[in-house]
Design a protein around this ligand. Structure first.
Ligand code: HEM
Length: 544
């Protein structure tokens, strides 16, 4: 028995030994093959890199001002505020659509022609898919927990996937339709009340608060943080919330000295840091208590029904059934969504209204389209949007001529690359000039003229612009995830205002002043106008 055992054991030992030796031979073979493959691929890669370097050595950097040693063009950045206007003038003077300005160790590469813009965001999209780290980006994202301003990494991939599949997917958009409709009705209610009080409508206030109301309703099922106003307008809390949103945006990548010389962070040499930190804190001070309360309601079992996007964020689960997002991720992502939603639709429509008031024939044409498509017996709805080509062309033209921000969010090069005939070193910030692209005379004849007709062609007018002849939602890996929601909010905002009211400049004003603010792209004087109802009285909402 013992021998048998031993023999058997010996057999197995032998088999195991021969198996072990066979498998170790295999392992050695695999190792050798792997080694061979990695040597070959390293050689190929380094040959490629060498060839690329050789080629790129023959290429020059884009033109630009001569940098000072170490600090680059930071003295000019500070001296010629607002910096974006200095850069625009510089490119004009140099007669170039691309340039390279050195701020500290950062290569800042503004681009203002569609061909080069497409080279960055289409041809070399994978290379330019990251974002820079700055105080304003860190503060907006709560330490890079979100999507828009997060460098290319796993956190960005996770959050972008959640946004596109769970938060602003077409199905979710449909689910939240009624909340948006309530805020379109409230807009009409608010403007109607200004008429009843014989007041002009402050279009900046009306458009910004429409945007704030829509996104607060979609996220929190609330229009107001406080009591609100009986006329449907914002209360002091909403005004403070939306002001903070616009302050956070104003200073996002705002040529802050410490963005380019990080060792100066905390000294707040140009006074931007305190505004950035305070604005992001104010946004969260309003939102975070609601988020904490809701998390608690789900934990305690008190809440069971999904009502809004906050419920979606809280109840997302990973593959082990655990919460997919931490409370911090939820809070910061919601703050970022607030910041992303309000500015573009409100800015475009405030400008569109100002331009149209100065060209009443355009106002008339857009209103006639609404009468033709919708009629005067019901209010325009989201389902009408596909047929409102002229109204959309008016909004699209406002995006072209009056972008909300001078530059698109920067795209950081993760490798050396070539754009046009220029060498762009790894780490450069490629930044599409929204202003420069939209007003480039080579793309747009008579570029300063507000002319919606230029967007009319056969087929449906849309607000997206993937060819980057100007920037609306941009394109590529870092393009906007919410073109459906953004287009819908923008079009409804304009369509409701035009269908429900006849607009005229305030009494004693013959022409609306369309001058720009010096350090921003808003109208220097908020657009204001008188709105008179033009539909049957029963169509106007009676309560907020
Ligand atoms: C008319 C409205 C809107 C316009 C014109 C707009 C425009 C843009 C632009 C220009 C970008 C930068 C693209 C780039 O880096 O090349 C962007 C990014 C983004 N937008 Fe929008 N946006 C709008 C509304 C919204 C809304 C409502 C949301 C969310 C609810 C949103 C979420 C985002 C996100 C998450 C990104 C970053 C994508 C990434 O970096 O991966 N946007 N948007």
């Amino acid at each position: 028995m013992a021998m048998n055992v031993s023999t058997t054991t010996g057999f197995f030992t032998t088999t195991a030994t021969s198996f072990a030796s066979t498998s170790s031979i295999n392992a050695v073979k695999i190792l050798l093959v792997t080694l061979f493959i990695s040597i070959v691929s390293t050689v190929i890669k380094s040959q490629k890199r060498a060839a690329y370097k050789k080629a790129s050595k023959n290429l020059s950097l884009p033109p630009g001002p001569t940098p000072w040693p170490l600090i680059g063009n930071i003295p000019e950045m500070i001296r010629y505020r607002p910096t974006f206007r200095w850069i625009h003038q510089l490119m004009k003077d140099m007669n170039t659509d691309i340039c390279l300005i050195r701020f500290g160790r950062t290569n800042f590469v503004p681009i203002s022609c569609p061909v080069l813009a497409r080279e960055v965001l289409k041809k070399n999209d994978a290379i330019f898919a990251s974002r820079p780290k700055t105080l304003s980006a860190k503060s907006m994202s709560g330490g890079y927990l979100t999507t828009i301003v997060v460098p290319y990494n796993d956190q960005w991939k996770k959050m972008r996937k959640i946004l596109t599949t769970e938060i602003i997917s077409p199905a979710r958009h449909k689910w939240l339709h009624d909340k948006r409709a309530e805020e379109a009705d409230n807009l009409v209610f608010y403007i109607h009340n200004q008429f009843k009080a014989n007041k002009n409508v402050n279009l900046r206030l009306a458009t910004r608060h429409y945007g704030g109301n829509v996104i607060r309703k979609m996220v929190f099922s609330k229009r107001y943080f406080g009591k609100g106003m009986p006329d449907g307008g914002p209360g002091p809390e909403e005004i403070e919330h939306i002001d903070a949103v616009f302050t956070a945006l104003k200073y996002l990548y705002g040529f802050c000295i410490s963005d380019y010389m990080p060792f100066l962070l905390g000294l707040d040499l140009d006074g931007q840091e305190k505004f950035v930190l305070q604005a992001n804190k104010t946004i969260r001070d309003y939102q975070n208590p609601l988020i904490d309360e809701r998390i608690q309601q789900w934990r305690s079992g008190e809440r069971k029904e999904m009502e809004d996007l906050l419920d979606v964020f809280i109840t997302l689960k990973d593959s082990d059934g655990k919460p997919l997002l931490t409370a911090d991720e939820i809070k910061n992502q919601i703050a970022e969504i607030m910041i992303a939603t309000v500015d573009n639709p409100s800015n475009a429509i405030e400008w569109a209204m100002g331009e149209m008031l100065n060209q009443p024939e355009i106002l008339k044409k857009a209103t006639e389209e609404l009468d033709r498509v919708v009629g005067k017996d019901r209010l325009v709805q989201e389902s009408d949007i596909p047929s409102l080509n002229y109204v959309k062309a008016c909004a699209r033209e406002a995006f072209r001529l009056h972008p909300v921000a001078y530059f698109n969010v920067p795209h950081v090069a993760m490798e050396d690359s070539v754009i046009g005939d220029y060498f762009i070193p790894k780490g450069s910030w490629a930044t599409l000039s929204r202003y420069g692209l939209g007003r480039n005379p080579k793309t747009w004849p008579d570029p300063l003229k507000y002319d919606p007709e230029r967007h009319l062609h056969e087929g449906e007018v849309v607000l997206t612009e993937h060819d980057l002849r100007f920037v609306t939602f941009s394109t590529g890996r870092r393009g906007c995830v919410a073109s459906l929601l953004g287009s819908c909010m923008t079009t409804m905002l304009l369509a409701r205002m035009l269908q429900c009211f006849t607009w005229t400049p305030p009494a004693n004003v013959s022409k609306i002043d369309l001058a720009e603010t010096l350090d921003e792209l808003t109208p220097a004087t908020p657009i204001s106008a008188f709105a008179k109802p033009r539909l049957a009285p029963h169509l106007y909402p009676m309560s907020p």
